[in-house]
Design a protein around this ligand. Structure first.
Ligand SMILES: NC(=O)c1ccc[n+]([C@@H]2O[C@H](COP(=O)([O-])OP(=O)(O)OC[C@H]3O[C@@H](n4cnc5c(N)ncnc54)[C@H](OP(=O)(O)O)[C@@H]3O)[C@@H](O)[C@H]2O)c1
Length: 359
């Protein structure tokens, strides 16, 4: 299986490490030999139609800060500074976007793996990458939730029309198979509603507020530990949870929605008094993403009884599904992490491979 990997940051590099460590096992168990034929970051591209040497790719990224030097290592000066980026491989003086576009259109590959940063304003650059890949007959595995949050129904339709698969396990729950659990394990049942904690950063902040920290101190603590970004708005104001809820509603409930159909509010206004008041009633406040039985989608801070399985602490994610016959089932796991998310990509690649061998 030939893969074009766009985005070689935390997740992209962990995918390379995972493939290096699992090559024999993946071949023995699934008859699949994943080969990354192109890897792209914001400054350059490395390409090799027979498959990149992943050890060297990781080393090049570590040394020079871009994979662009992979095909072009001779172009270093004596101090190792980059004189030209790998954009020279496919053409000088062109934007990253046009180089990526050319690689996705032109290279022989079965799958695009999209791992560029999430952008919930216009979905770019991921949205264009995904559309180009699908239109050129390539399956897509994305961990970037931006394009799905903004255009999932039309992307799924486009994929179906072009006879390719679009998979996105890593967009919800990191490595925890929340989407698969609902879609596959509960196949014989009917999910009536679900609600869950889909954002680890806000759950961490609320957990620290339980311990007595103010919102600002808890946010600062989350930043120090690397759980919150410099601009925490995506998490704290509920956008991330709303994006994931929209993805779940499409995939699990068969709805055709985007983030614009989710009513959401973050945790900025939750005070220590609110937390203490909840505590006095045996409850805690959690940022809950819900799809109720009337299919209303919302994200908001809500009281949850401490005894509920959903009531997880720290950066964990948890989702409780209410199903017609099996009752309530809760899935709990780490919601993010480079290697966890890379394992979700591998899970999707195996699914694509299995579908390709059937079809
Ligand atoms: N990290 C997690 O635990 C996690 C979990 C679930 C989902 N995700 C999602 O996975 C995606 C990647 O996350 P990450 O943590 O790996 O982010 P990251 O470390 O910031 O990596 C992003 C990568 O995309 C590259 N990039 C940026 N703009 C680009 C462009 N225009 N064209 C090509 N490449 C571009 C960056 O290049 P440079 O290296 O040159 O900067 C970098 O290699 C995000 O959408 C994130 O929301 C992450």
């Amino acid at each position: 299986m030939r893969i074009i990997l766009v985005g070689f940051g935390v997740v992209g590099q962990n995918l390379a490490k995972l493939l290096l460590s699992r090559t024999d096992d993946v071949y023995a168990r699934y008859g699949m030999k994943p080969r990354i034929v192109a890897a792209i970051d914001s400054r350059g591209a490395a390409v090799c139609s027979s498959g990149l040497d992943l050890q060297r790719l990781l080393e090049v990224k570590r040394l020079y800060g871009t994979v662009g030097v992979y095909n072009d290592e001779s172009k270093q000066d004596e101090d190792g500074d980059v004189m030209h980026t790998g954009m020279d491989v496919v053409g000088r003086d062109r934007s990253t976007g046009s180089v990526v576009d050319e690689i996705i259109r032109g290279m022989d590959a079965e799958v695009l793996v999209e791992a560029t940063p999430t952008n919930l304003r216009d979905g770019e650059p991921g949205l264009s990458n995904i559309i180009t890949a699908i239109k050129h007959g390539k399956n897509v595995v994305t961990v970037n939730k931006g394009p799905l949050a903004l255009a999932m129904p039309s992307l799924l339709e486009l994929a179906e029309y072009n006879g390719v698969m679009l998979r996105f396990s890593g967009t919800v729950g990191g490595g925890t198979p929340i989407l698969e659990f609902a879609r596959h394990c509960l196949k014989g049942d009917r999910i009536l509603s679900f609600r869950g904690i889909l954002n680890g950063t806000t759950n961490y902040i609320l957990s620290m507020m339980e311990e007595g920290l103010t919102f600002d101190d808890a946010l600062e603590d989350a930043r120090r530990k690397g759980y919150a970004e410099a601009d925490p708005s995506l998490d704290v104001d509920g956008y991330d949870a709303a994006a994931k809820l929209a993805i779940m509603a499409n995939w699990i409930m068969g709805m055709k929605v985007t983030i614009r159909d989710v009513r959401f509010r973050g945790i900025r206004d939750v005070s220590l008094d609110d937390i203490l008041e909840a505590k006095s009633h045996g409850s805690v406040i959690k940022l809950l993403a819900s799809c109720d039985e009337s299919r209303r989608l919302s994200v908001e801070p809500m009281r949850v009884e401490k005894s509920e399985p959903l009531c997880v602490n720290g950066t964990l994610n948890a989702v409780t599904f209410k199903s017609e016959h099996s009752g309530e089932l809760t899935v709990i796991g780490k919601g993010a992490g480079g290697m966890e998310t890379a394992s979700a990509i591998l899970r999707d690649l195996i699914e694509v491979r299995e579908a390709m061998s059937v079809g």
